[in-house]
Design a protein around this ligand. Sequence first.
Ligand code: SF4
Length: 192
Amino acid sequence: MRINEIFYSLQGEGHFTGRPAIFIRFAGCNLRCPFCDTDFTSYTEMTVADILQAIASYPARFVVLTGGEPSLQLTPEFIAALKDAGYFLSIETNGTHPLPAGIDWITLSPKSAFVKRADVVLEHCNELKLVYSGKVNPEEFLSIKADEHYLQPCDTGSDMANEVILQTTIEYCKKHPLWSLSLQMHKLVGIK
Ligand code: SF4
């Protein structure tokens, strides 16, 4: 498997914000979102055994499969090996590829409002997390079944634009209480 990085930190977004987590970042993505701030191109080839060894020393048993787009590389064997080792598996996916069975928590962040060929094929997720800039209508994504709904203000790289988007997102959530605000906590507190 092509692994960009493995690190231990706190989950910064969505339902599990603040929870200690082992991040396994898979290299490569099938999309090119204009706001993407992740370097997912470089990688080390690792076997499932290599990955298990790399994460064994971390005390948490909560794993975040992220990328890039992790679904491009996930296999049933990988999921089974980590489950057998006692890990709770969550995934951050753009939803354009099917997932192997056995993942405990699916965070779906659709990107079809921002790039072409990003149609979502997943029918259900645990949390729907929409990057929000005020230009997308979140109601368009309600055909995707989700247990929880989050709007995450788009990080434009401009403090002034971000402040406007944050206030717009807060107002949208207050008017449409199905949606909750998700902040990128790791950026706010200065952790990875
Ligand atoms: S789907 Fe995610 S990782 Fe891929 S380009 Fe878009 S923001 Fe970046």
